[in-house]
Design a protein around this ligand. Structure first.
Ligand SMILES: NC(=O)c1ccc[n+]([C@@H]2O[C@H](COP(=O)([O-])OP(=O)(O)OC[C@H]3O[C@@H](n4cnc5c(N)ncnc54)[C@H](OP(=O)(O)O)[C@@H]3O)[C@@H](O)[C@H]2O)c1
Length: 256
């Protein structure tokens, strides 16, 4: 049986690796991102994939991309993955509104535009799965990543509530919370504990998506650590993170 998947942010990193992994498992793919040349090259290397240049900050463009993908692949999507994302540091003492808007528009609204474009057909067919690539950084507000953390916890909340509503209608929703993965987004990071390579992350995600998991989190030590942070009393969390926050702020001031 044909399995069709649409994935945003497929031009690099986790999205690209996931496209390769899903293709190797027999999925037909619609690949979305802004860098059309990279998408076209990737699509050319996969058995059945269409490259669709699309900016996920544009709701109409996302809708058009979904309709084009369905037309070119010959049917509606069984799996939609909102993976496109932007992550840059953000500090309260030098707040950058334009960076913040960019993260909110791509990470949160970009996901919702895809959701809006694919969910009605999934409900009608009583089948399908919507997945969003959030992050372990969404489990608690992390100093130096306030906006990124906020967008990822917004994704988690949205996906969690949607999962509960859509399950009785036959539609699955999956929250994907990666820890550190080696991609263009993280290449400037200095320390990345328990770092995974993108193909390993893609294999892990793909097998659990196929199994219908509601939540996919990795690597286990980081998942346990960040989940543990959620239950720390506020005073203790503040005391533990203030040293880390000061180090990040000092480093940022030095760069200016
Ligand atoms: N790497 C990690 O450690 C890590 C950890 C947790 C979560 N994540 C999440 O994983 C997802 C993938 O990130 P990555 O690490 O693979 O980074 P990446 O290599 O920088 O990939 C980001 C992808 O998002 C796409 N994108 C960005 N803005 C877009 C826009 N306006 N419209 C359409 N596509 C857009 C980029 O494509 P174009 O530039 O071609 O548009 C690119 O394909 C993100 O949601 C990220 O937050 C990553």
């Amino acid at each position: 049986m044909t399995k069709r998947c649409i994935i945003t942010g497929a031009s690099s990193g986790i999205g690209e690796a996931l496209a390769r992994e899903l293709a190797s498992r027999g999925w037909e793919l619609a690949l979305l991102a802004r860098r059309g040349d990279m998408l076209a090259k990737l699509a050319g290397e996969l058995p059945r994939a269409v490259a669709i240049e699309c900016d996920v900050r544009d709701a109409a463009a996302v809708h058009a991309a979904v309709r084009r993908g369905e037309a070119e692949l010959g049917g509606p999507f069984d799996l939609a993955i909102a993976n496109a994302g932007v992550g840059v540091p953000s500090f309260a003492f030098e707040f950058n509104l334009s960076d913040a808007e960019q993260m909110v528009r791509v990470n949160i609204l970009g996901m919702m535009y895809l959701f809006d474009a694919v969910i009605p057909s999934m409900i009608e067919r009583k089948s399908g799965r919507f997945a969003g690539v959030a992050s372990l950084a969404g489990h608690r507000g992390l100093p130096s990543s306030s906006v990124y953390s906020a967008t990822k916890s917004a994704m988690q909340s949205f996906l969690e509530a949607s999962r509960i509503e859509l399950k009785p209608l036959g539609v699955g929703v999956t929250i994907i919370n990666p820890g550190f993965v080696a991609t263009p987004m993280t290449e400037k990071n200095r320390k990345m504990p328990f770092l995974w390579q993108a193909p390993r992350a893609a294999k892990y995600i793909a097998s659990r998506l196929e199994a219908g998991n509601d939540v996919i989190e990795f690597p286990l030590p980081m998942s346990l650590l960040t989940r543990g942070l959620r239950f720390l009393p506020r005073a203790l969390f503040d005391r533990m993170t203030v040293v880390y926050a000061k180090r990040k702020i000092d480093r940022s001031k030095l760069k200016r």
